[in-house]
Design a protein around this ligand. Structure first.
Ligand SMILES: *Cc1c(COP(=O)(O)O)cnc(C)c1O
Length: 451
């Protein structure tokens, strides 16, 4: 195994003799995080980063490049979080950085139309089957918030159906059974969300068409639409069963409701055209984020031109943003999509990710650890339970205590996994075959130590 961290003792670890945990020095991280906790709630700017569900202290990053992240103590990690999705070309891709340098010379924010918005819009419209027009915002949360308003504005109905374990950002109406961040903190629903607001949020178990049918039957003419992660990444990694997406397409059509794919995570990740291109099911509206910003804050929503015509100033549904369409963010997005649209990109991502998860599955089997997992293109995930897992209820059977120990063991071996048992993992074009091999070896080590 190639020692991924600074500790040379790692290379002597062999699968047959589980190594005692290599030491990981994180003094500086601990100091910074201790100070951060006095400055910001929980010491972080977003909850899952705080490592609450895996235990231990979060690692404070210093810099990122390619497949790697370095912490403030100088440890290097092979990174499978990729800034939670955007880093699909690898962190700080030289072409993205060069384009940003050039754009920076022209200023950081215009607050006026710029041609870069046209360029990114053209790329998105050409790539994503449902998108005929698009509106740029600054985050996935904003995109989902706006799309919700648009669903209601267009249909004149107020209720929406979401699925247990799916996350659509932190807008009030979506904070019901909302997956990883909320689930791992044990917050059933967030305080501060008015009951009247979530009363219109109907939830169904993922992969259960029957429940959706029932909800439509019980709320005739009241449901604006159905929103879902077409592949779930915020309740661990859960794939749609054959017929599920198609069934939702039919049910929404039959009931005069809209189908919305939240592709903030899957967009440009599980194929260039997202889940809708991969599965051949076209929703009415789509939300995007993460990859389309290439590491800068961008979200977007788009879809049928007749629906998008409702959005101000073309139509009456108000939605705005001071920094929306920001030239730096557009630049990073454009360059990232250009890199991704080159031939062979998704084949490569598919191959390495499958090799990774197959290797991890074999390592778990070797150690006799219950495991189920899978991958699609550059997205993967696993649960420490026998599986199969088709919904969030089944996902909760996973051994989260063991996951916490696995997470720590992987950190000690220089591999950075998402600090939650209910988050998908991400590979990038920068992950080399050697990185994948080293990761599988580290998993084997840790699994054997946990068996
Ligand atoms: C990350 C994510 C969001 C929220 O995006 P932010 O940019 O974090 O606000 C919404 N939906 C899905 C599916 C996501 O993965």
């Amino acid at each position: 195994m190639r020692p991924p961290s600074a500790d040379p003792a790692l290379s002597s670890a062999t699968p047959s003799a589980p190594a005692s945990a290599p030491s990981l020095l994180t003094t500086r991280s601990e100091e910074i995080f201790a100070a951060a906790q006095t400055l910001m709630p929980g010491g972080v700017s977003s909850p899952v980063r705080a490592f609450k569900s895996v235990g231990g202290q979060p690692i404070v990053f210093d810099r990122v490049k390619g497949a790697y992240a370095w912490d403030v103590d100088g440890n290097r990690y092979i990174d499978y979080v990729g800034s939670w999705g955007p880093a699909i070309c690898g962190h700080s891709h030289p072409e993205v950085i060069a384009a940003l340098h050039q754009a920076l010379e022209k200023g950081t924010s215009f607050g006026a139309p710029c041609v870069l918005e046209n360029e990114l819009a053209e790329l998105v419209i050409a790539a994503v089957p449902s998108v005929e027009m698009v509106r740029f915002v600054n985050s996935g949360t904003e995109a989902c918030m706006a799309v919700l308003r648009l669903m209601r504005a267009f249909t004149g109905r107020e209720k929406v159906i979401k699925f247990e374990g799916c996350y659509h950002g932190h807008a009030d109406m979506f904070l019901v059974k909302a997956g990883s961040g909320v689930a791992t903190l044990g917050l059933p629903d967030s305080p501060g969300v008015p009951r009247a607001v979530t009363a219109g949020t109907l939830t169904a178990p993922y992969n259960c068409l029957e429940s959706v049918k029932q909800l439509f039957a019980n709320n005739p003419g009241e449901i604006a639409g159905v929103i879902l992660e077409p592949v779930v990444g915020n309740a661990g990694f859960i794939t749609p069963e054959p017929g599920f997406l198609e069934g939702l397409r039919e049910l929404t059509k039959e009931n005069g409701a809209l189908l919305v794919f939240d592709e903030v995570m899957t967009g440009f990740r599980i194929s260039y055209g997202g889940a809708q291109a991969r599965f051949g099911v076209t929703p009415d509206l789509t939300t995007m984020g993460k990859v389309i910003g290439g590491g800068l804050p961008v979200g977007a929503y788009g879809g049928r031109a007749d629906i998008m015509a409702m959005v101000a100033p073309a139509g009456p549904m108000y939605q705005a943003g001071t920094l929306s369409g920001n030239p730096l963010a557009m630049t990073a997005g454009i360059k990232t999509l250009q890199l991704l649209s080159q031939p062979g990109t998704y084949e490569r991502l598919e191959t390495i990710t499958k090799r990774l998860i197959d290797g991890v599955r074999a390592a778990a089997a070797e150690a006799g650890i219950p495991f189920c997992g899978g991958s699609i293109s550059a997205m993967f995930g696993f649960f420490l339970c026998e599986g199969p897992v088709h919904n969030f209820e089944q996902a909760k059977a996973a051994d989260t205590v063991r996951f916490g120990r696995l997470h720590r063991g992987m950190l000690e071996r220089g591999v950075y996994l998402a600090p939650s048992a209910f988050e998908a993992g991400f590979t990038s074009l920068a992950h080399s075959d050697a990185d994948i091999d080293a990761t599988i070896d580290a998993f084997r080590d840790v699994f054997l130590s946990l068996a």
